[in-house]
Design a protein around this ligand. Structure first.
Ligand SMILES: [Zn+2]
Ligand SMILES: [Zn+2]
Length: 257
């Protein structure tokens, strides 16, 4: 059974998805789920704090946890929140920890103004460097959406562009391999043929450097978005020789070789 290992329910500041709706939808699709609620220490957006109580989360969802549902967290990574993230993880026995870059230099990559006056080359280099630094410094099982910056970047070609950022992306991938961190294949942008084509050299290189594990994650904030593009993603992973895993108790489980 494949797992959707990245999604947000009501414990995330920006989601209204109910656990029950997520589980019903996943059952229909034949998928297992990992809830990965947002914790971005000190980050507010639109007046919402991207935080939750791990104790309440555990108490609420623990009765649902089992073969088809795991309980995780998505940590926003910045150089300032290393200690806060460590303390947060100690508060519940999370099954899976995603580490994600949502901010660069304190600026939200989801906001257009973040890109004002920036040039793609220098900004993407800073993004990948920040990712490498935090992947080396922080605790995580999975690196989330390596192509996150592409979602909102206003450049003519917002893609990851391995050819131009080879050195910086290789630095990220080397750290993942060294530390045994899995690389997420975030499926949100996989409807785009161009996105898939641009991601191919990144995952090929990950394999070349010794990486073997990927997770599939829709990053769903509503039930209908669960499992989006999973067939395409599973074919892509298989084509790269990568195994699809999920995590239980912070240990990888191969769900498809
Ligand atoms: Zn994210
Ligand atoms: Zn997410």
């Amino acid at each position: 059974m494949l797992f959707d290992s990245h999604m947000h329910t009501v414990f995330s500041a920006d989601s209204e998805m109910k656990a029950e709706d997520a589980l019903n939808h996943a059952e229909m699709l034949g998928l297992g789920l990992v809830f990965t609620e947002h914790y971005d220490d000190g980050f507010f957006s639109g007046g919402l704090e991207f935080s939750f109580s791990p104790e309440d989360y555990w108490k609420t969802y623990e009765p649902l946890r089992g073969d088809r549902l795991r309980l995780g967290v998505e940590l926003g990574l910045t150089s300032e929140n290393r200690e806060a993230n460590r303390a947060f993880l100690a508060r519940a026995p999370f099954d899976l920890v995603i580490g994600s870059i949502h901010l660069v230099g304190g600026k939200d990559l989801y906001e257009q103004e973040t890109f004002a006056g920036r040039e793609k080359g220098e900004f993407y280099r800073e993004y990948y460097r920040t990712m490498a630094e935090e992947a080396a410094a922080q605790e995580m099982d999975v690196l989330g959406h390596i192509d996150y910056i592409c979602r909102k970047a206003p450049f003519a070609n917002p893609e990851v562009d391995y050819g131009s950022f080879r050195e910086e992306i290789d630095a990220v991938l080397r750290i993942l391999v060294e530390r045994g961190i899995a690389l997420e294949l975030n499926t949100r942008r996989l409807g785009s043929r161009l996105a898939l084509k641009e991601l191919a050299p990144v995952y090929r290189r990950y394999h070349e450097l010794g990486g073997r594990y990927v997770t599939l994650g829709s990053d769903a904030h509503n039930a209908e978005a669960i499992g989006v593009q999973f067939e395409r993603a599973a074919d892509f992973a298989e084509g790269m020789g990568l195994s699809i895993v999920t995590f239980c108790g912070r240990k990888p489980e191969i769900v498809r070789k």
